[in-house]
Design a protein around this ligand. Structure first.
Ligand code: GAL
Length: 554
């Protein structure tokens, strides 16, 4: 009898404590992650322009400069944003891209193509606003747009005021018709011009020809100016191209977050790829917290396409308030496991992407998500609970398709360290430590360096280290690599801390002597070393050397 009572007592005690742990975990504890901690670049220097990635529609991917996109069809498409349920799903912006403008008048005011838009642009913006939607427009920071229409160079203030008068909410600013100018300075001029008007308008930085522009790394410096910034050259409605853009965009995951977002470009869903490809494209853009700007003709949208574009569960991942861009946790046989931290503690989105040409079983494991073994899994696409699973879960995924789940578990690691944030550096030679990402740079192993160790940095290179806010001082010697400099070439070194320029060198030519600099890096979490040319049109290799970088940390 006594034994039985004890057993009952123990069982009840165990159950009560389990209940307590569960209650505590789900109701009593602070259940959300702190966005300031999981996000990589800590502070926003401006008010939040874009709390979550913008959603909307843009005509470019389907129409380019085709006059079929005119006042009538544009307004019809705005109607359809509402009628198809896209507005309810979160699509807000209806945006005109290039080719709405044809010239400037004598005062410099932009002239609208009256054949296509007989009642002008304000008429369109008003129409869109009446529907509870917002209106976006396109221009270029250069003298012409990418389609050779008049650009905004030297007309920034005038154009910003015109757009404000029209009721524009969103300005995509391209980078065509401009050579040699500094991107940051130009976009900053735009920001000031817009602020002067007093109207809130988001900037979309569209440095699209991204591999050939000096200081093109808008993900480093764009946050204080813009709501979104492009990370790759224009997307085509073609599966390998979607993967190209995705791979490129994923290199900059840490720069995206509340207020400013990596823009993997507008969607090609409904523009000719297969159902699986469209679905994967949409899921991955959502996982990457990229803007979701539909780019298809809504007047001929199939039900299949509509279902992809309005999938509530997937959109919720894109709009998750924590604002973390997914990162890839593992790849095997041309299949990939991607994870996105979500706002609730222990919750993740997991995408299983099959890039190959055969159906494949793809597994994900609790441990690679930073969780203890017990997981509660939900299939997001089918909106169905899978239930509890232990340690791992596997499904078969069709070629070019993606399976998408949410997982609720319990954190086994501190997510501030994992898995979004790579290893921090310590006091010592930087070149002996793990860098986070190195683009167009490699260790210089040429004999001429003697005992020195240098990173040889090609034009537009970007070398990134995680200092985590605990380092104080960086010392580095700068020099152009002589054998790679032609008579006219010159390179400049830039150092950024959390997106702010903290050091900019003079130009180094083949004659310049090496120069050692010391830079204060206190409080900096992300450090970027960037090398740019003076004359981007020169064909010479032009290489800068970061010699013996040495960092002092706490
Ligand atoms: C490109 C841009 C496209 C589109 C086009 C218009 O540079 O990446 O998205 O805006 O210009 O000419």
């Amino acid at each position: 009898m006594g034994k039985k009572i004890i057993t009952i007592f123990v069982v009840v005690a165990v159950l009560l404590s389990l209940l307590f742990v569960a209650l505590h975990y789900f109701f009593l504890s602070d259940r959300k992650y702190d966005p300031e901690q999981v996000r990589f670049i800590p502070k926003l220097r401006r008010e939040f322009w874009q709390e979550t990635p913008p959603m909307g529609w843009n005509g470019w991917n389907k129409f380019r400069c085709d006059p079929a996109l005119n006042e009538k069809s544009f307004m019809r498409i705005a109607d359809l944003v509402v009628e198809t349920g896209m507005k309810d799903a979160g699509y807000t912006y209806v945006n005109l891209d290039d080719c709405w403008q044809i010239a400037r008048d004598e005062q410099g005011n932009i002239i609208v193509d009256a054949k296509r838009f007989p009642n002008g642009i304000k008429y369109l913006a008003d129409y869109v606003h009446q529907k509870g939607l917002k209106f976006g427009i396109y221009t270029s920071g250069g003298s012409v747009t990418c389609e050779k229409r008049p650009g905004s160079l030297t007309f920034e203030a005038r154009d910003a005021q015109t757009y404000a008068n029209w009721g524009v909410d969103y300005i995509k600013i391209d980078w065509c018709g401009i050579e040699g100018a500094d991107t940051y300075t130009q976009y900053k001029a735009w920001r000031s011009a817009i602020d002067e008007t007093g109207r809130k308008m988001i900037i979309s930085i569209a440095i699209a020809n991204i591999d050939h522009v000096e200081n093109r790394h808008a993900w480093i410096w764009g946050r204080e100016l813009a709501g979104i910034w492009r990370t790759a050259i224009d997307i085509q409605a073609y599966w390998p191209d979607v993967l190209r853009v995705m791979d490129k965009n994923s290199l900059y995951a840490e720069y995206s977050g509340r207020g400013g977002w990596n823009d993997a470009d507008m969607l090609q869903v409904g523009n000719g790829m297969t159902y699986e490809e469209d679905k994967s494209h949409f899921i991955m853009w959502s996982m990457m917290a990229s803007p979701l700007l539909a780019g298809n003709d809504l007047r001929e949208m199939s039900e299949e396409t509509r279902k992809i574009l309005t999938h509530k569960g997937v959109i919720a991942l894109n709009q998750d308030p924590l604002g973390v861009q997914a990162s890839m946790v593992r790849q095997e046989n041309n299949t990939q496991v991607w994870m996105k931290l979500l706002q609730y503690k222990g919750r993740r989105a997991v995408a299983l992407l099959n890039r190959s040409e055969q159906p494949q079983q793809i597994t994900f494991r609790a441990s690679e998500l930073g969780l203890y073994d017990l997981m509660y899994i939900t299939d997001v696409w089918q909106n169905k609970d899978v239930g509890f699973r232990f340690k791992e879960y596997a499904v078969v995924v069709q070629p070019h398709d993606t399976a998408i789940f949410t997982v609720q578990g319990i954190d086994a690691v501190d997510v501030v360290q994992f898995p979004v944030l790579p290893r921090q550096v310590r006091t010592g030679a930087l070149l002996d430590q793990e860098h986070v990402w190195q683009e167009r740079a490699e260790l210089d192993e040429s004999e001429s360096q003697g005992d020195d160790k240098a990173l040889q940095a090609h034009l537009y290179s970007d070398i990134r280290y995680h200092l985590g806010g605990v380092c104080k001082n960086l010392r580095v010697t700068l020099q152009a690599k002589r054998e790679y400099m032609g008579p006219n070439s010159a390179v400049r070194f830039r150092i950024y801390g959390d997106g702010s320029l903290i050091y900019k060198s003079e130009y180094f030519t083949e004659q310049s002597a090496a120069k050692t600099v010391e830079v204060d890096v206190s409080k900096v979490r992300v450090l970027n070393l960037v090398v740019n040319p003076r004359d981007p049109s020169l064909q010479e290799a032009q290489i800068g050397l970061w010699i013996n970088p040495y960092i002092i940390c706490e």
